[in-house]
Design a binder for this molecule. Structure first.
Ligand code: SAM
Length: 243
């Protein structure tokens, strides 16, 4: 339960250097911080696919299940070690299977995961306006009406997400459950701080992110295998109205 979770009292109390040791200096000087968050990341497929595409961006998976969080953490550690070995090994004759970060450290230094209840504690981890992209991919549907309040997108939670998102930051969501899709659309359309961006109007970076959203998570792959349909939408965080 939540009392076992480690939650910083304030984002400035969180020391991210253990998560991103290769970026420790930048984190300390405040020139870098986490800019992408995958809420309910599951087995981490999105973070793993985005990390090499955005090598200078720190990204974080947030997952409530301890064993799943540990799996993602171990996987990142393994990928970092493998990539560092391939980058450092001058005798290596076969082409590197993993992308080179260009700084000799290897890839995946910019990816990490924490165990957290993202429905409760997001503003404890992130400053106002810190995040540039946030992802809600195949969230738990909570089908029964009395369970709807447990859904990861509601008016109240959207206000919290808006708080940690930078002006013009992007929110990505996808689901294979039509009822949940309608629910998320309804809440996002109603919320004054989000506006929908049609796929064809997305920036190149956001198009790249969206293609990972659609195909790179474990849940997404399962849906594809089972021939299920998926619905997605991308939303822009509208800047606060100036008064
Ligand atoms: N996004 C992943 C994917 O597409 O493969 C996982 C989807 S899975 C259906 C939903 C995940 O959200 C589960 O791993 C679950 O443990 C996690 N989760 C549910 N509520 C959460 C919360 N409040 N905070 C963090 N993670 C949560």
């Amino acid at each position: 339960s939540d009392h076992q979770l480690q939650v910083p009292l304030h984002p400035s109390h969180k020391d991210w250097s253990a998560h991103f040791p290769a970026f420790a200096e930048d984190l300390k000087s405040g020139t870098k911080g986490v800019e992408m968050a995958d809420v309910g990341c599951g087995f981490g497929g999105l973070i793993m696919s985005l990390a090499p595409r955005f090598p200078d961006t720190l990204m974080l998976g947030m997952e409530i299940r301890p064993q799943v969080t540990q799996y993602v953490s171990d996987k990142i550690t393994g990928l970092r070690a493998l990539s560092a070995k391939e980058n450092g090994d001058k005798e290596h004759k076969v082409p590197a299977k993993l992308p080179n970060q260009g700084d000799g450290k290897g890839a995946y230094q910019n990816a990490s995961v924490i165990r957290a209840n993202a429905m409760k504690f997001l503003p404890n981890f992130f400053h106002k306006g810190q995040l540039k992209k946030i992802f809600f991919l195949f969230p738990d549907p909570h089908f029964k009406a009395r369970k709807h309040k447990a859904r990861i997108i509601t008016q109240t939670l959207l206000s919290e997400y808006a708080y940690v998102l930078a002006p013009n930051a992007m929110l990505f969501q996808i689901t294979d459950v039509p009822d949940l899709y309608n629910w998320m659309q309804m809440h996002l359309e109603k919320h004054p701080l989000f506006e929908r961006v049609p796929d064809e109007e997305l920036s190149d970076d956001d198009q790249a992110a969206l293609s990972c959203v659609k195909s790179e998570t474990e849940e997404g792959k399962k849906v594809t295998r089972n021939g299920g349909g998926r619905q997605w939408a991308t939303w822009r965080r509208i800047p606060d109205p100036t008064t």
